[in-house]
Design a protein around this ligand. Structure first.
Ligand code: SF4
Length: 369
């Protein structure tokens, strides 16, 4: 079946913005929005705000002014991802099955692996991405009538990434026949909606995120840079928030701009071998060598964009070296300032595991049922 496709993607973008405007203007719909880690250090570019500055508070205020009912943080979803992916890694290390564990939060990488290296598909984590985990939680809360709002719930994500638009339509991300996330707006689309509303982000007074899902750890914040998922998982597995331990993890080799970074970390009496890969060219290199048995890893993080989501296809351009550096520093600064460093220390994470997620962890947080 042939479909007319706009070569520039402009029609898709336009339609997503219009569908979100329609939802916002419908009194029968409760519109919940989540903001991805990398968005907060880039959305300011369109408003003359210094590069890499964290404008989360201003963005929250602007989104409320244009009509979103509840504004939350995908960093909370990232905390859930860390909890589940750490557990999965421990299980696979114990069983020895399906190693290395590949990360699953970058949909462009998942698609690349499925198309080009299907022999590795089963090794990809069954964890849903942070936006999907968060969407599943919100939709389940609505299904159970726990949100205190009888209106239909629509979940919107603001993402640095165009591939996230495709991720939400994959059937394995559905629960009870329904998408967990209804619409994805890229950072530039969200900027456009704010501009269309006549709001100058640089002049907006910052506001706090809504509760309860407005609390997240520094580990969730660093998902937006290459190596961030690995660092967050290692923090969880080492289970220490002492400054010297956090620093030791950051110096294992997971940070930095190299296309392929390697680290070896002692967990119990085992040396766990890790690779952090950014860019699909480097991913090919690693997968070819794994396929040939030339190298061995227990855990491999792959992000399709160089330096991770801060340079995603939905972020404002141009992204020169100074902008990249400022965005990376912006995210590490958020982590440094965070009072909660480990996902497992997020009190709301414990609350949802004891409440809405109880007995449904696999249904809501994983793709494989
Ligand atoms: Fe999207 Fe790039 Fe991030 Fe992958 S690395 S999730 S393609 S922005």
């Amino acid at each position: 079946q042939c479909r007319a496709v706009c070569p520039t993607g402009a029609i898709t973008i336009k339609q997503d913005i219009e569908r979100v405007w329609d939802a916002l203007s419908d009194p029968k719909i409760r519109v919940v929005v989540q903001i991805a880690p990398a968005v907060r250090v880039a959305v300011g570019d369109k408003f003359g705000i210094p590069k890499g500055e964290n404008v989360l508070g201003r963005l929250v205020a602007a989104l409320r002014r244009i009509g979103f009912d509840e504004v939350y943080d995908t960093n909370f979803g990232a905390d859930l991802t860390v909890m589940e992916e750490s557990k999965e890694l421990v299980e696979r290390l114990e069983s020895g099955d399906n190693l290395p564990l590949f990360t699953s939060c970058c949909p462009a990488w998942v698609k690349f692996c499925e198309n080009r290296y299907p022999q590795f598909r089963k090794k990809i984590s069954t964890c849903r991405s942070p936006q999907e985990m968060f969407g599943a939680l919100i939709k389940e809360e609505a299904r159970m009538d726990e949100a205190g709002d009888s209106r239909k719930t629509v979940v919107v994500s603001i993402m640095p990434c165009t591939a996230k638009k495709a991720e939400i339509t994959r059937p394995e991300h559905f629960n009870e026949g329904e998408q967990n996330v209804d619409y994805v707006l890229t950072t530039t689309e969200a900027s456009r909606m704010i501009q269309e509303s006549g709001i100058d982000l640089s002049q907006v007074e910052p506001e706090a995120l809504d509760m309860p899902f407005g609390i997240s750890s520094g580990a969730g914040a660093i998902f937006g840079v290459t190596g961030g998922v690995t660092e967050a998982v290692l923090r969880r597995l080492m289970n220490s928030d002492r400054a010297e331990d956090l620093e030791a993890i950051s110096f294992t080799g997971v940070r930095g701009v190299d296309g392929i970074k390697e680290a070896s970390v002692k967990l119990g009496d085992r040396d766990v071998k890790i690779a952090v890969v950014n860019g699909l060219k480097c991913a090919s290199e690693v997968l070819d060598k794994l396929d040939a048995g030339e190298i061995y890893y227990d855990f491999v993080e792959v992000m399709a964009c160089k330096r991770g989501c801060i340079t995603g296809g939905g972020q404002p351009v141009p992204i020169g070296p100074r902008t990249k550096k400022a965005r990376v520093e912006g995210l590490y600064k958020i982590d440094k300032m965070a009072q909660i460093k480990l996902s497992s220390q997020n009190p709301i994470v414990a609350t949802v595991y004891d409440g809405i997620l109880k007995g449904k962890e696999h249904k809501l947080l994983h793709n494989e049922k």
